[in-house]
Design a protein around this ligand. Structure first.
Ligand code: ADP
Ligand code: MG
Length: 650
């Protein structure tokens, strides 16, 4: 830009506002140029279009027709990004109502424009302190706006306008809200800035204030009615020398991110109760997800422990091709011969055939149905059953078809009520007496289900009660050191060869474990998903609060746009704010869950909570996503605001 070109030029500029059907031509064919280093006062009655003109001069608004050129940039054609960069590096706005952010200190307010530049943080701090000190506020740096007088607040806003080294200061009624004394101080500062080379344009309706400018432009009904040099200027003070800013273009995304997180934190800190309330939904959601997963995990581990106590070294062979494919024609697939064949395998520690029959029994004059299992003497070793009383039956009993039987502890109780030791008593099946010789001890978990259970030698069962029966199952205990899976594969091979076809299937306890594990996993997941819904509800709460926050901080958005923020910066700020709410809520939720869980485990041992890292990671990730998802709409709403409208909103 050649030196004698105007800094700002307006060519036949019009600005039209629509309110409903009506169109109001607020500026009408304004032509004007401002040279570098001028001090201009724009005067005119209220509503004449002064502020509208000011916004156009600062690149905060664009005209409906005509051309505006600021520092060589055609604002009618420039992108929003370009305009933001222009405001950031060249323009400093001062407003009648100061427009400071209430939750930031004086120094932080001053530094806001530098957030959108590459100025380093310590440089920012130094410069803010330097500017405030120059404006007589060295002892007010960490005061909040509410702790400052009007004059002091206006000086803070001047320091903010100078933060990025703006060459043009646009002041819209800067003395309008000040008392006479502060107003004079204000004007003295503007004079000082003018003398140190700044271009000053100020809007005022006060003739006294206007008379201190070199050039006075009068405006009425959107038209310039006079534009005259003022020969009677009386500068109120000497020059102020200010450091030019170390302005270095736009900040990197990392710095922007860092600043945005810091700002989000400050904004939330400024509204603690509200922030906590909006987090509440997330806290409850996270707590319920983690708790339900921890309780589910605890229950699963307990069940698995209980089942493992039953022994996981056994497998059972059944006729058919699966519980879901029984194949009646394979009913006789298994035989005593198979038992003999398998018992010769080196890794088969114990083996027993199993025959089942439910029969009616007479016990001490009462009738009842008993589930009879016919087995050999090794069965008790296969199932690792121990005795509570009496004895097991032995090989000899099996050979001689002894009419003896064992029952489990629960069955003994039912059959013989209060009898402490009923061994030796008789049960009658079809009038055939069987003597009770032993009672097995019950184990941690009973899988066989309820009912009355008795074991007798399979030979005795068939000989004395049922006649010849097909083998219902063969139970095998695999020797230590052999994996169940491998044993299963080998047994399948042996039997396939012996039978000449596949007519059996093998079930292992580990399969049952897997099934239970899967079932409880999917149950836990279901509960967690239901708990996750409360997280989503929490997200809706966050969105609601974010919308309130955006509406409430419309002014702040306007200020940020005026000092050079891009729409993307605003979007980023509110998105990060909503993510900070969600992640912080998540962190509180995690802590609450741990504290409550610890407390809970002190109170009861009935069921335990087992915390694993995965649910915590999931809920953190989910919370961040919720912040992003539910923050998007409010953030976009904020980013789409027009700077002038945002500033005008009360
Ligand atoms: P001044 O600053 O001289 O008092 P303004 O420039 O603020 O006047 O406003 C000039 C006129 O334009 C007023 O009548 C005002 O109501 C109208 N106006 C300003 N901004 C808007 C807007 N965003 N939408 C509609 N009308 C507006
Ligand atoms: Mg105005």
């Amino acid at each position: 830009m050649p030196a004698n070109d105007p800094l700002i030029s307006l060519q036949n500029v019009s600005r039209i506002f629509r309110s409903g059907e009506e169109q109001v031509r607020v500026l009408d064919g304004v032509t004007l140029s401002v040279r570098q280093g001028e001090m201009i006062a724009i005067v005119g009655p209220s509503g004449s279009g002064k502020s509208t003109l000011m916004n156009l001069l600062g690149g905060l608004d664009i005209p409906d027709s005509g051309e505006i050129c600021i520092a060589g940039i055609d604002t009618t054609r420039a992108s929003h990004e370009h305009l933001a960069a222009l405001r950031s590096s060249h323009i400093g706005f001062i407003f009648q109502r100061y427009h400071l952010m209430p939750y930031l200190t004086a120094a932080e307010n001053v530094a806001v424009p530098a957030q959108y530049t590459a100025m380093r943080e310590n440089v920012q701090r130094q410069r803010a302190a330097y500017l405030l000190a120059h404006l007589g506020l060295e002892d007010r740096m960490s005061h909040k706006p509410s702790q400052l007088s009007g004059g002091q607040q206006q000086r803070v806003s001047i320091a903010r306008a100078l933060m990025n080294g703006a060459s043009v200061i646009l002041a819209d009624e800067p003395t309008g809200a000040l008392d006479a004394q502060s107003g004079q101080e204000m004007m003295a500062i503007l004079h000082g800035l003018h003398q140190s080379g700044h271009t000053i344009i100020l809007v005022t309706h006060d003739r006294d204030v206007a008379s201190q400018a070199e050039r006075i432009i009068e405006i009425s009904d959107g038209k310039i009615t006079a534009d005259l040099p003022n020969r009677h200027v009386q500068p109120a003070s000497g020059p102020v020398v200010l450091l030019p800013a170390a302005n270095t273009g736009r900040s990197s995304w990392r710095e922007s991110f860092h600043d945005a997180v810091k700002m989000a934190w400050r904004a939330l800190n400024g509204h603690r109760i509200r922030a906590l309330l909006s987090m509440l939904g997330i806290i409850i959601g996270v707590a319920s997800v983690i708790t339900s997963m921890a309780v589910g995990e605890g229950a699963k581990q307990k069940i698995i422990r209980d089942i493992s106590a039953l022994g996981t070294s056994t497998l059972s062979i059944h006729p058919g091709l699966g519980w879901d494919n029984p194949r009646p024609d394979f009913g006789n697939a298994l035989s005593d011969e198979d038992v003999r064949l398998l018992s010769e395998l080196p890794y088969v520690a114990n083996i027993s055939p199993v025959f089942n029959r439910i029969m009616e029994a007479q016990v001490e004059g009462r009738q009842m149905f008993i589930n009879i299992t016919g087995v050999n003497a090794r069965y008790f070793a296969v199932r690792d059953l121990s005795l509570e009383a009496g004895r097991k039956f032995n090989e000899h009993d099996v050979e001689t078809r002894e009419p003896v039987l064992l029952v489990d502890a629960a069955t003994a109780n039912t059959l013989f009520h209060n009898d402490k030791n009923p061994t030796g008593k008789s049960l009658y099946f079809n009038n055939v007496p069987f003597r009770l010789v032993g009672i097995t001890a019950s184990k941690g978990l009973k899988i066989a289900g309820g009912g009355l259970n008795a074991w007798m030698a399979y030979t005795a069962l068939q000989e004395r009660l049922t006649g010849s029966m097909p083998v219902a199952a063969i139970e095998v205990q695999v020797a230590k050191g052999m994996s169940l899976k491998e044993a299963q594969r080998h047994i399948e091979y042996v039997l396939d060869k012996a039978h000449g076809r596949r007519d059996f299937f093998i079930e292992t306890d580990s399969m049952m474990l897997e099934t239970i594990q899967k079932t409880s996993d999917s149950l836990t997941l279901l509960i967690a998903a239901i708990a996750g819904i409360s997280l989503i509800v929490g997200g809706v709460g966050v969105m609601n609060i974010m919308l309130v926050s955006v509406a409430e901080r419309t002014h702040e958005i306007g200020i940020r746009l005026a000092v050079g923020a891009r729409a993307a910066d605003i979007m980023c700020q509110f998105l990060i704010e909503s993510m900070v709410v969600c992640l912080f809520g998540c962190a509180i939720g995690v802590v609450v869950t741990f504290v409550a869980g610890t407390f809970f485990s002190l109170l009861t041992t009935q069921f335990e909570m087992v915390f694993t890292p995965l649910p915590i990671l999931y809920s953190c990730g989910f919370s961040a996503l919720i912040g992003l998802g539910f923050g998007y709409f409010p953030a976009r709403f904020a980013a789409r605001m027009k700077p002038t409208e945002a500033l005008a909103r009360e």
